[in-house]
Structure formats: C-alpha cells, structure tokens
Design a protein around this ligand. Structure first.
Ligand code: ADP
Ligand code: ZN
Ligand code: ZN
Length: 813
C-alpha cells in the first residue's frame, strides 16, 4: 500500500507573498482543517503557518512534511479566506502576515536558540580548569537550559559569542532550537453558587454563615465581590466546595468601564426622520449587498438608528459588527449596546490584554455572541457570516492603520459586506469626501438625519478673528476677551466647557534668541516641543526627550525662548484665569496609562471636571449633555498641513468638536478663533453646512485629479544612510518611469510624482523619501505596482533601505 499522503496549502507567518504546499503525515491527517495553525519546516527554521486548504499533489520529493497541527479548533472560519486573500492582493501585503495581523496577538510560535549543559560539561565543571566566565555560564546551565538572549541578563554581564562557541567545541554545551509557546490564553473569574442542601447553618462559623447567607440572598457571586464581605472567603469557599455545599465555576465577567451597573433600556419612540432611515435600511436587509451612508448632524440620534437596524438583523439570526474609531468611544457604544442587547456582545480592541482579546475572539468564533464592537482591527472579527457592518464616524482617520499591514477598516467594511452579500452602514456628521462622492455616484445609498433629537438646536458658532489680537501679549493672544467671558458665564451656570487645540505640549518651538535657530530633535528633522510639567523638550515623532535647560546646539547661547502654544499651555493659562475651576487635560501625554481616558471621561460624566482641554481626542463622538460651551483655540493648525486633505480635516474637526456642545436640554455655543475667518473650510463649518463644503472641495479635487477622482499609492523610502536612501529613491523612480514608458497604452493613466524628500525629511534617525503614484484607473494603477514589485523584488526588500507600499494613503507626510 502506498503512503496515503495528502497535501495542504499553507501560508507561513513570514514576509513572503506566496503560499507553500506541504504534505501531511497520516497520523496528523484527522486534525487538518482550514483556519488551524500548523508548525512547518521552513529553511533552517520551524515556523507557524495557517492552513489555507488542500493542495493538488506535487512532486513528492520536494515536499516537506508538516511537523504538527497546533489547534484543536480553527482560529477563523474558512469563509474569511477570500477576505484575507483580497486584502493581500489589494494592499500588496504577504498573505501569511495578513492572517497573522488579523488574529489576536500571541498566537504565533517562534523558534529560539536554547543552551544546555552536556554530561561532559558537568564533568568538566568538576575536574577541569575553566575560566571564571566559563564557570558562571556552566553553573547557570546546570540549573536548567537557558535562552541565548537571556544569558547576559541572568549573569548580569556580557557573554561573548566566541566563548559560547568554545564551550560548544569542547562539547560542554549544546545548542538546540526550541519553540516559544503561545502566550494568549483565556482569562476567567471564579463564580460561586450554592451546592447540595446544607440544612441548618447555626453550627457553622460566623464567616461561613455569612457566605451561605449571601448566596441564599444573591444566588451567585464572584469571588472578588465575596471577598469584600468575607476577607477569608478564598479558603472557606474551597473547604465548603470540597464538601459539595458550594459550586465554583469559572466565568468571564464584564465590567463597565465607569464601574457602574448598566441598566437595561427600552427603545425610545423614534422621530419621523429616524423612522424613515430605519425603514430604508431594513428594506434592503437580507436582499444582498448594499452600502448606506448615513449623514446625520451631531446629536441627531444615529446610534439609535444603528441599534434598531442591528435588532432587525439579530431577528434574522444574523450577526452584527460595529466599528468605532477609538477605544474611548467603544466604551460609550458598548454601554448603549449592552443596555439594549444585554450580554450578547463581544468587544475587540488594543486596550484588552492578550488573554481577554483571545477570549472575545473565541466567543465570536464559536457563535456564542452575535454582536462585536471594536476599533479598526475588529473588522477581522471571526464571524462565519455577517448580516450588517456598521462603521460609526466613518470619516475618521484612525480607521487607517499606519504600520505593517496598512489597511483602511472603513474600506474593508464595504469589501467584507460585499463578499458576505450583506449590508454596510457608514455613519457620520461629516462624511469623508470619498464616501459622499460614492453616494453621489450611486455606489452608496445616502440616508439623512438633518435635525437634532427633540428639536434641540445645533450650537451657534461665533468666529473670533485672531488677527485682531496679534498685538496683545500673554494670555490675551489666544484666549480672547470673548472666549474668557463665555467661559465665566458657563462656569457660573455650573455647566461644563471644552477647549480644543490640535497640538499637545506647552510651546511648539524652543527658539535661540542669539542665532534664531529652533532646537531640533537629534534623530528627526523636526523642532522640539516644550513640555512644562516634565520640564523637557520632546520630539512628537520619535519620543526623543532632553532637559529644557539646555544651550543652543548651534551657538551655545543659553537664551532659549519658548514660543507657540499647545494643550499644556492652554491648561495652565485657563487654570490661572479661573483658579476655582477644576481643569483637566486630555491628549496623548495624559492618556498613556491604561484606564486614564476612562478616568477623564468619568470626570466629565460626574461633572467633577469643569473645563476639559484637549486635542482631537475630545472632538470625537462623545455625548456629554452638560457641556454647553466649546472653545476652538486656533482652527488654523490643521489647515496649514502640507496635505491635499487639510481642508477636509479642518472642516471635520471643527464640525465635530462643535457638535460636542449643547447635547443636553440647555443650548450650546461655540467660539471659534482663527487667523483665516474667510477660508471656506471655516465658513462652511460655522454653518455646519456639509453639502456646501463638499461642493467647493470636490471642485478642487476634480481640477487637480486628487481622490476621489484618482487613487494613490504612496511609496515610502527610508534609511539610516542619507546617500543610500536618496540613491535608492532615485533608482525606484527610474524603474517607475521605465515601466510607464514600456507600456504606454497600459500605463498612460498612471502619474509618477517624485521621488522627492518627504515633508518630514527625517524621523527617528531615518531619512525619508517618497514617490506618489496617482492613477485615474484603479486597475491600471494596481497592475502597475504589482508589476513593479514582481519585476524588482530586491528593490522592495533591501536590507539598508526600506520601501513601504501604502495603498490609498491617508497621511502623506
Ligand atoms: P449621534 O450619534 O447622532 O450624535 P446619539 O445617537 O448619541 O446622536 O443621540 C443623541 C441623544 O439623543 C442620545 O442621548 C440618545 O439617547 C437620544 N435619542 C436618540 N434618539 C432618540 C429618540 N428618538 N427620542 C429621544 N431621545 C433620543
Ligand atoms: Zn543659537
Ligand atoms: Zn525625533
């Protein structure tokens, strides 16, 4: 009988574009299924791979065996393979790495080198003369094998590679490759219920009695809650459970981030606009692929629409995926969805520990929950079939991943909906130009909510011309008399204030008074920002930090003046103006620690914070009814960005941050300070007139052939060596040109812009160049880059100069 081998196609978790065929030894064949991980030999290494399907047989001599099947159950449904494949093709990213990025972290096995002492080594340690360092290495290995990487740490000194080689030569030490095990595991909490009847409890100790009584009252309690009442609960429960009087179960517990119980809500009576939108969307449910763009002003009840459509989808036994731009907003969405749908929800975001993420992933995969809410990576939620994908605040740039696999979750939502033959619902008060254009050209179906709930008025926006205060010194320059008065009035009414400025830190320049140079980052071609609390100058691109009391690099003068402004300076200034108010700040500096965002949001929620100063973090979708004044300190910062989307971002930011005002019963107002009061991004935002903004902006996009009238692919070339990087960029530029001229009929719609030095010419020691490919025909553009990468693989995987391909770039800096 011949060996009943069969073959599978495997994508390895390495940066290679193709998949590989492996054979399966007989004893492993019962365990093979699409979506499971396997361990495979790859060159000298063993690596994790993902089973993509069966493969037709190949020359058996060339085919290697898989070494192991790593999962009991598949990690993703086979229906997602087409999605992964699409992503790999479109974003020009290796398929194995696409799958790896999609899966919760900590699931990849890696090889590492481990050292162990041999028998000869043991003997040598006793009988032969060895050097002191050799002795310490051998002594350490006597206690057990050690990873090469950890050797230095454990011995607290540097062990030269040559010494290890000597020990190996002598046969005293052996080197083996071992596997680093997966780190992600589920996390649970113990829950206690009553077991067999215990009869009279009078004879029990006081503490034991208390436990039984509590359980009789509450039915079930978590160990942590029980410990609050009976500190010695752990020991007592163990004893009682041993006798069968209690049952202990491991359960996953949900915690509200505000630490409050979430009460079930009932759906409100919908207004006519909401009814109409819901009817339009529901009408198409289950009828195949459709994308809706819900344009609804801030506070118009979009979330209510999401929930009602979701309910309809759940009624059809289908699942719902909800994407929210960032963690802080997931909290809010999660609360509202939990209040409506109870425990049928999983959440996925980077704030979860690896174990928690894995848990949530499993719940979805096993079909235990029909709803998943999360940030951009939740687009990979492993539902076998989805009925509805909601993308809230669809215009938000955080849907774009800016590292490794550079995808846009908003765009992928539409792709996944199409592949699943279901509905996508994108919502925003300020839709992206791209999406609105899709609605205008009938790719999306536009639905509207034009009014706020309960006839609440949109806040009035007052423009203050900052040019008039240019002559002032001190606070007056950026807190105008008008804004100061408005803050006072708001605080007097015990209402809350939001102050927005799109820059963190205290001063954005430290300028030498003698020679006029700005102090720059050592590793980036960027001026340093002054942070007062830390008394440090920091680089916002690489994190480099130096003491603020420093002399000028250029001329040695100590006279450094800090100019410009940021959140920290506004916070300090406002606190000085209003000493009794509680002023807090929300930006990337104050929210690095886990849970700090929630603390700030809770402060707003409890009204313990009177004034919140923040960056765009505060502009996004939060719903705090007591905020009645929003101050936009300087609307121009985003306008001056060297990016064709600067106008779009500015409009969105102003309209969004203004939308935080007056969401409760009292009306809201906004004071918008700017140096460009006549710019159309600002005037249209003042009237919150998205259509008017769109009509002007789209005209300019069309004229210059910018997206949505073209697509772009951004080639980012970077390296430590200035000259090499520049040359590599030039080479790549020439290859682009010659490809274009080699087949003019095919590629005449592809424009090649560059190579040029990037606007941020150096970040974190790396010099940066770029080439922008622009094409009016998507297919031709994608063929172009695929050909380029296939014909010149070495140019794209150079050891010293990195070339990153960013398809549909969002940031061009
Ligand atoms: P958006 O997401 O459009 O900014 P929300 O969905 O947050 O608006 O709605 C704003 C507020 O109005 C929320 O507090 C919400 O509970 C409430 N709301 C929504 N729809 C209704 C309705 N039909 N009747 C009463 N209140 C509603
Ligand atoms: Zn100087
Ligand atoms: Zn830097």
């Amino acid at each position: 009988m011949t060996d009943a081998h069969f073959y599978i196609e495997v994508a390895v978790a390495l940066p290679v574009y193709q998949t590989f065929t492996y054979s399966v030894p007989l004893y492993l064949s019962p365990f093979i299924a699409v979506g499971k991980r396997v361990l495979v030999p790859f060159g000298q290494r063993r690596v994790t791979g993902y089973i993509m399907g069966s493969a037709s047989e190949a020359e058996p001599s060339e085919i290697k065996h898989i070494l192991d099947v790593l999962d009991h159950d598949p990690l993703f449904p086979s229906s997602m393979l087409a999605f992964f494949q699409w992503i790999s093709d479109y974003y020009k990213h290796p398929i194995g790495d696409v799958i790896k990025s999609a899966l919760p972290g900590g699931l990849t096995l890696y090889d590492y080198v481990s050292l162990a002492i041999t028998d000869q080594g043991e003997t040598a340690l006793k009988n032969e003369t060895v050097t002191a360092l050799q002795r310490s290495v051998l002594k350490l290995l006597e206690t057990g094998p050690c990873r090469l990487k950890q050797l230095n740490d454990k011995l607290n000194q540097n062990v030269p590679g040559a010494l290890i080689q000597t020990l190996q030569h002598k046969g005293w030490v052996s080197k083996t490759r071992e596997l680093k095990p997966a780190s992600a595991k589920g996390r649970t909490e113990r829950h206690i219920t009553l077991g067999k009847p215990i009869g009279s409890i009078d004879r029990l100790s006081k503490a034991r009695r208390k436990i039984i009584e509590t359980l009789r009252q509450r039915g079930e309690i978590s160990m942590s809650d029980l410990k609050k009442q009976v500190p010695s609960a752990t020991r007592l429960v163990r004893a009682l459970a041993k006798d069968g009087f209690l049952t202990v179960q491991h359960k996953r517990v949900y915690r509200d981030p505000f630490g409050e119980p979430i009460n079930a809500d009932t759906a409100p009576d919908l207004n006519t606009e909401q009814q109409k939108v819901i009817a339009q969307v529901n009408d198409k449910l289950g009828q195949g692929f459709a994308t809706f763009l819900l344009q609804g002003v801030t506070g118009s009840g979009k979330t209510e629409v999401y929930m009602q459509v979701a309910a309809a989808v759940l009624n059809q036994q289908q699942s719902v995926l909800v994407l929210v731009p960032e963690i802080a907003l997931i909290t809010q969405m999660e609360r509202r969805f939990r209040a409506r749908f109870g425990e049928r929800i999983a959440v996925l975001h980077s704030g979860l520990s690896a174990g928690e993420r894995f848990d949530q992933w499993s719940l979805i995969l096993q079909g235990k929950v029909p709803i998943a809410i999360g940030a951009r990576s939740a687009i990979f939620a492993p539902f076998a079939a989805v009925g509805l994908i909601i993308v809230d605040e669809e215009h938000d740039a955080s849907y774009k991943q800016e590292s490794n696999l550079r995808y846009n979750a908003r765009d992928l939502a539409v792709v996944r909906a199409k592949q699943n033959n279901c509905t996508a619902l994108l919502g925003s008060a300020t839709p992206s130009i791209q999406s609105y254009h899709n609605a205008q050209t009938d790719k999306f179906i536009e639905v509207n909510l034009k009014r706020r709930i309960q006839q609440r008025s949109l806040p009035t926006i007052k423009i203050v011309d900052l040019r008039e205060s240019m002559g002032y010194r001190g606070t007056r320059r950026f807190i105008s008399a008008e804004l100061q008065r408005a803050i006072k009035e708001t605080l007097d009414r015990s209402e809350q204030v939001l102050l927005f400025i799109n820059r963190r830190g205290f001063a954005n320049f430290a300028l030498c008074q003698s020679c006029g140079q700005a102090l720059r980052c050592k590793y980036c071609d960027i001026s340093l920002t002054y942070h007062q609390k830390a008394n440090a100058l920091r680089c916002h691109y690489c994190g480099f930090s130096r003491a603020a009391s420093i002399s000028c690099d250029n001329c040695g003068s100590m006279e450094i003046k800090k100019i410009g402004l940021g959140t920290e300076k506004i916070e300090a200034t406002v606190q000085k103006l209003f000493p009794k108010a509680c002023v807090a700040r929300m930006d990337r500096d104050t929210t690095t620690r886990k849970g700090s965002i929630f603390k700030l949001l809770k402060g707003l929620h409890d009204r313990s914070i009177d004034i919140l100063v923040g960056t765009q973090m505060v502009a996004k979708g939060h719903d705090f009814p007591n905020i009645t004044l929003v101050g936009i300190i300087c609307a121009d910062l985003s306008l001056s960005f060297p990016d064709f989307r600067a106008g779009e971002r500015t409009f969105q930011l102003i309209a969004q941050v203004a939308g935080r005002a007056g969401r409760g019963a009292s009306p809201g107002r906004v004071i918008l300070q700017t140096y460009n009061p006549d710019h159309f991004s600002i005037t249209t935002a003042q009237n919150q007139n998205f259509i008017s903004f769109y009509n002007q902006e789209i005209h300019f996009r069309k004229m210059l052939k910018y997206p949505p009238y073209s697509r772009m692919i951004h080639l980012k070339i970077s390296g430590i060596d200035h000259q090499l990087t520049k040359e590599h960029a030039a080479t790549l530029g020439k290859l682009c040109q010659s490809l274009k001229t080699s087949e003019p009929t095919l590629y005449d719609t592809v424009d090649i812009l560059g190579p040029i030095e990037s606007s941020l010419a150096k970040i974190a020691r790396r010099y940066r160049w770029q080439i922008l490919l622009k094409g009016t025909h998507t297919n031709a553009l994608h063929q172009f880059i695929s050909r380029l990468m296939a014909d010149h693989p070495k140019v794209f995987s150079n050891r010293r100069v990195r070339v990153v391909v960013d398809v549909d770039p969002v940031s061009l800096l």
